[in-house]
Design a protein around this ligand. Sequence first.
Ligand SMILES: CCCCC/C=C/C(=O)SCCNC(=O)CCNC(=O)[C@H](O)C(C)(C)COP(=O)(O)OP(=O)(O)OC[C@H]1O[C@@H](n2cnc3c(N)ncnc32)[C@H](O)[C@@H]1OP(=O)(O)O
Ligand SMILES: NC(=O)C1=CN([C@@H]2O[C@H](COP(=O)(O)OP(=O)(O)OC[C@H]3O[C@@H](n4cnc5c(N)ncnc54)[C@H](OP(=O)(O)O)[C@@H]3O)[C@@H](O)[C@H]2O)C=CC1
Length: 291
Amino acid sequence: MAAFKLNSVLRRQLFVGRVAIVTGGATGIGGMITNELVTLGCRVVIAARNEDRLKEFATTVNKNTGHDLVYPIRCNIRKEEEVSELMSKTVKQFGKIDYLVNNGGGQFASQTEDISAKGWHAVVETNLTGTFYCLKHVYDKYMKKHGGSIVNIIADIYKGFPGMAHTGAARAGVENLCKTLAVEWAKNGVRINCVAPGIIYSETAEANYGQKGMFESQLYRIPAWRLGDTSEVSSVVCFLLSPGASYVSGNTVYIDGAQHLYKSTYEVEQHSNYPPPNYPTTEATTPKSKL
Ligand SMILES: CCCCC/C=C/C(=O)SCCNC(=O)CCNC(=O)[C@H](O)C(C)(C)COP(=O)(O)OP(=O)(O)OC[C@H]1O[C@@H](n2cnc3c(N)ncnc32)[C@H](O)[C@@H]1OP(=O)(O)O
Ligand SMILES: NC(=O)C1=CN([C@@H]2O[C@H](COP(=O)(O)OP(=O)(O)OC[C@H]3O[C@@H](n4cnc5c(N)ncnc54)[C@H](OP(=O)(O)O)[C@@H]3O)[C@@H](O)[C@H]2O)C=CC1
């Protein structure tokens, strides 16, 4: 049996000579994916809007490893021309794109009725349209002829996404697009999968919600009774990119300590506003409406 285990030497060489693009690859989950790919021998282009942060991250990793394995390119995935340039520059610089990780994205918390048209478009254009641009241009510029492997980071949308409807709709769109492309692009040797993180701690992710301890306050909703950490996402992403997943395409892996099967992060307050039931009720069994 031991022969089937990936030994540490093989593991270090798993991605040697390979080239990946990781959007949002300098922070949180994306930063850890970049780190792990580099550890496995991959060269990684990191792309996001904040150029200073990209450069600082690349410099740190390159200094730590002693090799120029991380290469920053500023790119707002909402802008098609910038995405097209990201793919062209990567092919020009490295001659190939073996892997794409569509990780860049995000949203803000809001009741659906309070989301403005501008806010809706910002989230859908980032998470759905931005991902579409990345997929389309990586295919045109490289993967159509040479194949490749793609992972999209979505979110825990198993029960919808009450409190973040815009991102729920956008991520469901990405998941469906993934299923379509797993079929359409199979003939080109492209595999594509999604990863759905639950609540994964990183400073940048929590800062987006403006409240320290906000993620930890959700522990009782997670069967694992702890948050995820970024390395628990990156290891699955690297597996899906790797030859170990060579027959896996069109799937979604939830990385959430089983939260999608358990409690939602959304509370429904007590009310009595549904059409009344046909069984006999009393005042005691009728919920008190706060609305
Ligand atoms: C219990 C917790 C579960 C957590 C599960 C999920 C966790 C994560 O996903 S962690 C990752 C967190 N990181 C991010 O979300 C970072 C990326 N986020 C963004 O870039 C923004 O949130 C964005 C997607 C909305 C895009 O923003 P941007 O392009 O910078 O857009 P604007 O700032 O120009 O905003 C446009 C428009 O959007 C509305 N809006 C934006 N932020 C908020 C907000 N915090 N609250 C309410 N509305 C917001 C607003 O309408 C903006 O227009 P203006 O009002 O004219 O500014
Ligand atoms: N942490 C969690 O609990 C969960 C995270 N996710 C998703 O995982 C992904 C990574 O999030 P996480 O690492 O946690 O949080 P971060 O806030 O650290 O990461 C978000 C990254 O996306 C980049 N980004 C955002 N908008 C754009 C854009 N228009 N163009 C290019 N890059 C962009 C940001 O860089 P910049 O601002 O420089 O552009 C940043 O690096 C996101 O899609 C997030 O929504 C999903 C579910 C749960």
